[in-house]
Write a protein that binds this ligand. Structure first.
Ligand code: HEC
Length: 220
C-alpha cells in the first residue's frame, strides 16, 4: 500500500471515530451514574480531619481572612483590602479551595491521626476525643452535612464577590466564614459549657468590631 493511501485510511478511521454512531444514544442520555459513582466510590482519605483542617481548609481560609483586615498598632491603623489582580486571585484560590475542598469532609476518615486523643483528658480538657466526635457525627450526620454546606456557601459567596470585586461585601463574607468554621467547631470539636461558648462568641464579636480578621477558628 502506498504511503498516501495508508495516510488516507488513518484519516478515515479518525473521522469515523469522531462521528457518533447512529444507533448509539447521544452522550447526554447515556447512563452516566454508574461510572461516576464508581469514581466517587474510589475516593479514599489520605489524612485525618485534623490534618485536613491544618493543611488545607485553614490555609485556604487565610487567603480570605488576610485579604480584608484592619490592624491597629501604636503607630496607627493600617487597613488591608484587595487592590491588584493578584490580590483577587488569592481570594479566588482560597474560595475555590474551600468551596470544593470542604466536601472532602464527606469522605469517612479518622478525626485525628492514630494515637492523637486531642486535648480530651484531664481537668483542663477542652476538646472532644476523636471517638466522641465520631459518635456525635454518627448520631446526626445531617447536622454534619449542614455545617459542610454552610462553609461551602461562604466559599461560593466569595467566588461571586471576586467576580464583582465588591470589597464592602468581602468584609461581611470574611465574618460569615469565621462563623461557618466556628459553628462546626463549637458543635464537634470544643463544645465546652455555655459560659465558654458565650465567651468565644463575645471574643469573636470584639475582634470583629476592632476590625481585626476574625479569630480564624483557633481555640479560645
Ligand atoms: C463540618 C465541620 C467543620 C468545619 C465546617 C470546619 N471545621 Fe475545623 N475542625 C473540625 C473538627 C471536627 C476538628 C477537630 C478534629 C480533631 O482534632 O479531632 C477541627 C479542627 C480544626 C483545626 C485544628 C487542627 C489542628 O492541627 O489541631 C483547625 C485549625 C481548623 N479546624 C480550622 C478550620 C477553619 C479555618 C475552618 C473554616 C474555614 C474550619 N476549620 C471549618 C470540623 C470542622
Amino acid at each position: 500500500m502506498s504511503n498516501w493511501k495508508r495516510f488516507a485510511l488513518v484519516g478515515l478511521v479518525v473521522l469515523a471515530g469522531c462521528r457518533p454512531s447512529s444507533n448509539a444514544p447521544p452522550a447526554s442520555s447515556a447512563p452516566a451514574a454508574t461510572p461516576t459513582q464508581a469514581l466517587w466510590g474510589d475516593m479514599k482519605p489520605v489524612v485525618s480531619v485534623k490534618e485536613l483542617m491544618r493543611d488545607m481548609l485553614d490555609p485556604a481560609s487565610d487567603y480570605i481572612f488576610d485579604a480584608v483586615k484592619i490592624v491597629t498598632t501604636n503607630k496607627g491603623t493600617v487597613e488591608t483590602v484587595p487592590k491588584t489582580d493578584e490580590d483577587w486571585e488569592k481570594l479566588r484560590i482560597g474560595a475555590t479551595t474551600l468551596a470544593e475542598g470542604v466536601d472532602l469532609l464527606k469522605i469517612p476518615r479518622p478525626f485525628a491521626p492514630a494515637g492523637d486523643e486531642n486535648n480530651s483528658k484531664g481537668p483542663d480538657a477542652t476538646e472532644l476525643s476523636p471517638a466522641q466526635i465520631k459518635a456525635k457525627l454518627e448520631k446526626d450526620p445531617v447536622l454534619w452535612n449542614a455545617k459542610i454546606e454552610a462553609l461551602r456557601n461562604v466559599g461560593k459567596e466569595v467566588l461571586e464577590i471576586v467576580k464583582t470585586k465588591n470589597t464592602a461585601e468581602l468584609w461581611e463574607a470574611s465574618y460569615n466564614l469565621d462563623q461557618a468554621c466556628e459553628s462546626c467547631h463549637l458543635q464537634y470539636w470544643y463544645p465546652g459549657d455555655p459560659a465558654l461558648l458565650q465567651r468565644v462568641d463575645k471574643q469573636l464579636e470584639e475582634l470583629y468590631e476592632k476590625g481585626k480578621p476574625p479569630s480564624k477558628a483557633k481555640k479560645p
